[in-house]
Design a protein around this ligand. Sequence first.
Ligand code: AMP
Ligand code: MG
Length: 472
Amino acid sequence: MTLRIPFDNTYAALPGQFHSKLPPQAVKAPRLVAFNEDLARTLGITPGDSAEMAEMFGGNRVPDGADPLAQLYSGHQFGTYNPQLGDGRAILLGETVGTDGKRRDIQLKGSGRTPYSRGGDGRAWLGPVLREYVVSEAMHALGIPTTRALAAAETGETVWREGGLPGAVLTRVAASHLRVGTFQVFAARGDKASLRQLTDYAVARHYPGAEGPMGLLSAVRDAQAELIAAWMAVGFIHGVMNTDNFSISGETIDYGPCAFMDVYHPHTVFSSIDRGRRYAYANQPSIAVWNLAQLATALIQQLDDPQDGVAQATEIVHAMPDRTEAAWLARFRAKLGITSAREGDLELVTALLQLMAENQCDFTNTFRALAEGTARDQFTGPAAFDAWAEGWQARLEGEPDPQAVMRRANPAFIPRNHRIEDMIAGAVAGDYTLFHRLNDVLARPYDDQPEHADLQRAPLPEEVVQATFCGT
Ligand code: AMP
Ligand code: MG
C-alpha cells in the first residue's frame, strides 16, 4: 500500500516573506520507530509500508501534495527579544483537513538545516523526540489542547550534543504553528501589510467569529487562560514559555525541558537553563499574561496609528488574570469533587495546596487518593489533613457524585519524568518496550490500571530527575 496524505495547503499560499520553501534534508538510514494509527485515521491518512513511511517521516522523500517550507518567526527568549528565529530544524510539509473537519499542520521536526538555523545543526536527537511523542500524546489523552505526534523515525545518523547521540525526526501535528513570535517579527519590521494579512489568516483559521486584531487578541487570551489552568490542574510545567513557544491556537506546543511535577511545590522548575526560575510552575499564569502583552504590542502595530489601540489592548490583557483564575478554580473545584461555586472555595483549595507543599505530597497521587479516601496516607502529618478534610466533607454535602467528578479530574497516570528518562535510555539501547507501554497506559490516564501500578508510583529519592536539559 502507498502512503497517502490528503494535503490541502494554505500557509504555503501566503507570500514569500512568511516562509522559505525548501525540502527536508535526507538522512542516512531512516527507520520508522513509531506511527500513530489513531491519529492517522483522524487525519485521513492512508498508511504505507514501513520502508516507505520511514522515507517520508525521516525526510528522505517528500509526499505527494506537500509544499515543504520553514516558517519565519521571532520571539522573546527568557525575556530577551531575538529578532530572528524561525524553523531552524523543522519543515512544514503542509496541512490536512481531518475526518473531524479540523485543519491541521503536518511538520517534520529535526529535519535538517534551514535558512533560520543560525549556528544549529537542524537536527534532534532521539531522547527529546520520544519525550515529545509520549508527553504530547499523554496530554491529549488528559483532554488538554496540544500538538500531537504522528510518527517518529530514527535517522541512522549521529547528532552531537554533550556527546554523540542517535538522531531522530518527529512528525508533529498542530492546529497550526502560528505563535506570538510569528506576529512579532513583522511588528518589529514595521510591516503593517504583512501583520494585517497574518491577522486575517489567523482569524479565519482559528477564530472565525473574531473581529480584527482586538478580536484575535481576546480569543487568544481566552484560549490560553483555559490552557494554563489545565496545565496547573495536572501539575504540568512547560519549561520554556518563550513567546515563540506560545501558540495562537491555544495548544500546548514545544515540549522541550517540560515535566509533570512529582512532589508538589509551587516553585518547581525543571529546565536546566532556567536559572532565574522564570518558568516555574506557579509563574505560568503571569508569564502567559506577559506573553499576551507581547502579542498585543505586536498586533497594534498594524493600526494606522498604533496609539489608537493601546487602551483597548491594555484592557484585554489586564482581564487575563481573572479569566485564568476562574478557569483554574473551576478545575480545582472538580479535583475536590465540587461542581457548584461557593464563597470560600478558593480558600479551601489553596489550604490543601499549602498543606501538600508542607507535607511534600505527590501532586498526582494525592489528588487521585481523595476519591479513594486514602489521601491522608500521602501526608507526613496526617492530622493536618484531617482538619482540612472536615471542612471539605462539609462542603461536599449536596454534591451529587463527588467520587465520579474527582476520578474524571484527577488522573491516575501522568508521564512521570523518571519513567520518561528510563524510556529514553531503553530506546537508545534499542529497546522500545517502555515507550510502547507508556503510550498504551497513558492513553487511558483516568482509568485504574492496577497491573501498571509501577507507572503510578512516585519516584524514590534516587529516581528523582532534577533537571531536564534543553540540548534538544
Ligand atoms: P526551541 O527552543 O525548540 O523553541 O527553539 C528555539 C529556536 O532555536 C527555534 O528557532 C529553533 O528552530 C532553533 N533551534 C533549536 N534547536 C536547533 C537546532 N538543533 N538546529 C537549528 N536550530 C535550532
Ligand atoms: Mg520553539
